[in-house]
Design a binder for this molecule. Structure first.
Ligand code: NAD
Length: 497
């Protein structure tokens, strides 16, 4: 059986004595490949390769680095179908959705192509007599990215194109659940002309992650995944002197106001709650309706659409929703739905126990809709990460906003309304990092930065956009004097002014 190994110093190999783990096709439940789990030694080898490649890459002119990115973008487009097929086979999402993910990743590569402009520093002539001063952005060295299963192509591309254009060398530790797409992307980066060792991939689990966190040659770590692990990465990484950005979980609420266009809101919520089987950190999983009349109308219109979602293998382009990532995830979510019923939520559409013809062992779950969910219920508090939408009823917009502000997560949110004043107030005051007004998934484009608030982001800087240049560089400010020849100054003991 094929083993997905690592890419170190430009070569793919399996790692001597590394443990392995099964890779599944979640639509069939079949084991399709194995993935190598890097030992400490393997990760150290990758770090050594990245360290050795750093001096030359750091000194490569930004324009030459950008040319690699231009070629890489072209190769990604030429190989898009193959990448998406790998994503669907191992993640389960429908092919269109995989293409959407890849497109968003390519947009970051396009942003990185503008690196020479983004890396221009600041210069002031004559800060003093014959003294000039400038600030420049210097690469950090070896940096690492640790990524989740739900966007195996896009989330790594939130990180490495920006890190590389800044002159760093990179170690990617993708999710061990869907490792094939990141490996193909790594191969394309090599074909684009990236020197060996500049970008390395180590597949693995906690052992690989802990090695990255402990090795003093690694200067910075970008992480995207669940909140408990994000918190762990942030505390361990910073304790070891590294710069860390760790993006965590979410529980994104939408508010539907009584004046909203309900049909538009229903269409938007269907995609935002059930797209990718709800396995998106920006998925809407709670909708707070202001007023019972709004809730009654919304639930009545959502119900038939949720019940008739087309579910099946993501490779069949007529399907709207594929399977969940693992059997464990399927069982966990079915358990949460049962708990929701026991705790008193009204189950309007029940997705438990569905079977897809010809895919009896796939990890499917149907679209699920709860009404009359309240704050103390587990389905409200926890990130479900599945196709489950909870309707909460509120009496006012203030009460709805308070719910959002009180929740531990603050990744994304959306307000459906026709009232500009309400929209402006909401956008200004809500304690969430990414806000939509009649836009259900307000995922920032590549040239803005992506990041939540509260326990959805540990660290000060978000992913891609301008924050990424700050994250992947150190500012240095140089002050320089070239006095005219023969001019000598006496010693000065006061502070220079
Ligand atoms: P996860 O936290 O289980 O795994 C993420 C990464 O951490 C993987 O590479 C994994 O190998 C590694 N890891 C897992 N357990 C570890 C441990 N004990 N020690 C060290 N490393 C460990 O997350 P996941 O299930 O792959 O992804 C889903 C989660 O990611 C959801 O919570 C989702 O909200 C979140 N997510 C957040 C964003 C965001 O931008 N905020 C984006 C995508 C996904």
């Amino acid at each position: 059986m094929q083993v997905v190994g690592h890419m170190i110093n430009g070569s793919q190999f399996q790692g001597q004595g590394d443990r392995t783990q099964d890779v599944f096709n979640p639509a069939t439940g079949a084991v399709t490949k194995q993935v190598a789990l890097a030992s400490k030694n393997t990760v150290e080898e990758a770090i050594a390769a990245a360290q050795a490649a750093f001096p030359a890459w750091r000194n490569t002119p930004p324009m030459k680095r950008a040319r690699v990115m231009f070629r890489f973008k072209q190769l990604l487009e030429e190989n898009a179908e193959q990448i998406c097929r790998l994503i669907t086979d191992e993640h389960g999402k429908v092919l269109d959705d995989a293409m959407g993910e890849l497109t968003r990743g390519i947009e970051v590569v396009e942003y990185a192509c503008g690196g020479p402009e983004l890396l221009k520093g600041e210069h002031t002539k004559n800060v003093g007599p014959a003294i000039d001063s400038w600030s420049e952005f210097q690469a950090l060295g070896v940096v690492a990215g640790i990524t989740p299963f739900n966007f195996p192509a896009m989330v790594p591309m939130w990180m490495f194109p920006m890190a590389l254009i800044c002159g760093n060398t990179f170690i990617l530790k993708p999710s061990e659940r869907d490792p094939s797409a990141p490996m193909l992307v790594a191969e394309l980066l090599k074909q684009a002309g990236l020197p060996d060792g500049v970008f390395n991939v180590v597949n693995g689990d906690k052992e690989a992650v802990d090695t990255i966190l402990e090795d003093e040659r690694v200067q910075a770590v970008s992480f995207v995944g669940s909140t408990p692990i994000a918190e762990y990465i942030y505390s361990q990484g910073t304790a070891n002197g590294k710069r860390v950005q760790a993006l965590g979980g979410a529980k994104n609420h939408a508010i539907v106001m009584p004046d909203a266009d309900i049909d538009n809101a229903v269409n938007a919520l269907m995609g935002a709650a059930y797209g990718s089987c709800g396995e998106r950190c920006m998925a809407i999983s709670v909708v707070v309706c202001v007023g019972d009349k709004t809730a009654d109308e919304l639930v009545a219109k959502l119900k038939p659409q949720v019940a008739s979602l087309k579910i099946g293998n993501g490779t069949d382009t007529s399907n709207e929703m594929g399977p969940l990532i693992t059997k464990m995830s399927q069982e966990r979510i079915q358990g949460l739905i049962t708990q929701g019923v026991e705790q008193g939520a009204e189950l309007v559409v029940d997705g438990r126990g569905i079977v897809v013809d010809g895919h009896e062992n796939g990890y499917f779950i149907g679209g699920t809709l709860f009404d009359r969910v309240t704050q103390e219920m587990t389905v409200y508090q926890e990130e479900i990460f599945g196709p489950v939408l909870c309707v909460v009823r509120a009496e006012s917009m203030q009460q709805a906003m308070q719910l959002i502000d009180d929740h531990e997560f603050g990744n994304g949110t959306c307000l459906f309304t026709r009232d500009g004043e309400a929209a402006r107030y909401f956008a200004d005051n809500i304690k969430v990092g990414m806000v939509g007004i009649n836009v259900p998934l307000p995922v920032p484009v590549a040239y803005h930065s992506f990041g939540g608030w509260k326990r959805s982001l540990f660290g000060d800087l978000s992913a891609h956009g301008p924050d990424s240049i700050r994250f992947y560089t150190r500012r240095k400010t140089i002050t320089q004097r070239w006095p005219s020849s023969g001019v000598r100054e006496g010693s000065q003991f006061s502070f220079p002014s």
